[in-house]
Write a protein that binds this ligand. Structure first.
Ligand SMILES: [Fe+2]
Length: 476
């Protein structure tokens, strides 16, 4: 029987794809991409560009964004800025468009930075929501009010599928816009943000605050409709004594809300959430973390709370990578690695995502926890219990790319490429997740690193037997 060539082509493509996935996941080949990106100007988009448009109407809410508002995904925090006067902190919401049968009252804050005075920054917790439900919401007053919507995640369950986008070091250049647009086409349901948001600290005096505002308007197209889960980077510190500004994270902490109290954290800069089948831990690279500091105590307790029977996927976010073979920022994560790496290995963390280095890199599962100054063990070694380290620090900011890697490529480095882009993590069930690095490639979304990851808790044989016994057997 003749089989047409047209029918064979998709089959061939699938086989090629599977071969590529298997080789990337299990192989030991190290890849340094030869891709050389055509440089777009890595400059910020001018303030009069339409991506920064100010919504029409007196005191119309702007810079609208949401984040998870509790530990388990039944709440959101809705934030916005009222530019002219305080206005109302009330959010009206409901399951039907333009029919708002519920409301919540938020809080308002503002701050100064040099001589810049921020607008009125509102944060409103909307809680007791139903899982897996679309909600519409309305903020602002009278003719200037604005309406948006969001979808709550599925109930916490080990097999709940969910797709996260991963973006770091975004800024507000044309490359940033390309990354944001590509992410919005990806099907991602929530963003894990890896720090370095607006790069407003590259400016001076009143322009710092002005560029925070423009960035808030820039990301609204995504962040008003799905939660962005925040971690802070060095560009959020804004220690600027020459302008009289010496309070670290002043703009960030006024503008960015996190559900840290729900996670029993004492600081918005480190916290945790559970969402669908994932337990996500956010750490602060620029807050104290050595032994006996608040962040150290908190992480120790949070790791005890992780229940892989309920949330199989354990993900850690931080700004500074613990493993990176890029010349830029080399070994800046070494002090945190020395403190926390053994916990991450013993907890069988699935992924550690970081930004900071403006390039992409994926590690093999390796650890260096035997190194203790005197033992003589000096090198990272393959370790099946170790996390995969992923650096996604190239959202597209004005500092440009970090194009120089250590040569030769170290054994721990699986894939590295200096280009702009974002990643997606498609969790399929308790055992499998599809991961993609999507480089912008001069305006076109191109996937260049794709891996099928097996869960660190459920994929060993013992757990699989338990899975078969308890979960896959048909009930009679
Ligand atoms: Fe950074």
């Amino acid at each position: 029987m003749a089989v047409s060539f047209a029918k064979l082509v998709p089959l061939f493509q699938i086989m090629l794809y599977l071969t590529l996935l298997l080789s990337l996941n299990n192989g030991t080949a190290r890849i340094t991409s030869s891709f050389i990106r055509t440089e777009w100007p890595s400059v910020d988009i001018p303030l009069d560009n339409k991506v920064f448009d100010i919504p029409k109407g007196h005191n119309a809410p702007q810079q609208v964004r949401i984040t998870q508002g509790d530990y388990d995904g039944k709440a959101v925090i809705i934030s916005w800025v009222a530019p002219d006067e305080m206005g109302s902190s009330r959010v009206q919401y409901g399951k039907l468009e333009k029919k708002y049968d519920s409301s919540a009252e938020g809080t308002v804050t503002n701050y100064t930075f040099y001589k810049y005075k921020s607008g009125y920054i509102h944060h409103c917790l909307v809680d007791d929501l139903e899982y897996d439900t679309k909600y519409y919401y309305k903020i602002g007053d009278g003719d200037s009010s604005r309406e948006f919507w969001f979808q709550t995640p599925p109930k916490i369950h080990p097999d709940a599928p969910y797709t996260f986008g991963i973006i770091g070091d975004l800024g507000q250049t044309y490359n940033s816009l390309s990354t944001l647009k590509h992410y919005m086409q990806s099907g991602g349901q929530s963003v894990l943000f890896l720090g370095d948001l607006s790069y407003a600290d590259r400016y001076e005096y009143n322009n710092v605050g002005i560029r925070w505002d423009s960035w808030g308007r820039f990301i609204e197209q995504s962040a008003a409709y799905q939660p962005w889960i925040w971690s802070a980077g060095n560009h959020e510190i804004e220690f600027m004594p020459n302008m009289g500004e010496v309070i670290p994270f002043k703009s960030y902490l006024h503008r960015i809300a996190t559900p840290y109290t729900a996670a029993k954290s004492t600081n918005p800069l480190w916290y945790a959430i559970r969402r669908a089948s994932a337990h996500i831990i956010v750490l602060s690279s620029y807050s104290p973390y050595v032994k006996y500091t608040p962040q150290w105590w908190w992480l120790r307790e949070e790791l005890k709370k992780v229940d892989r029977e309920k949330t199989p996927w354990l993900i850690v976010l931080m700004h500074v990578p613990l493993y990176s073979s890029n010349v830029v920022h080399y070994m800046e994560g070494e002090s945190m690695r020395a403190v926390f790496e053994s916990w991450f290995v013993h907890s069988r963390v699935d992924f550690i995502f970081a930004g900071h280095v403006h390039a992409y890199e994926r590690s093999y599962r390796i650890s260096n926890i035997h190194y203790n100054v005197t033992s003589g063990d000096r090198y990272p070694v393959p370790d099946k219990s170790a996390p995969v380290y992923l650096t996604v620090g190239d959202g597209g900011n004005q500092e440009g790319l970090a194009g120089r890697f250590l040569d030769p490529q170290p054994n721990y480095s699986a894939f590295r490429e200096a280009s702009y882009g974002h990643s997606t993590l498609e969790i399929k069930n308790r055992t499998h997740a599809f991961y993609h690095w999507n480089r912008n490639d001069d305006g076109n979304k191109v996937t260049t690193d794709s891996v099928v990851f097996h869960n660190q808790y459920w994929s060993n044989n013992l757990r699989r037997r338990k899975l078969k016994k308890n979960h896959l057997k048909p009930r009679v």
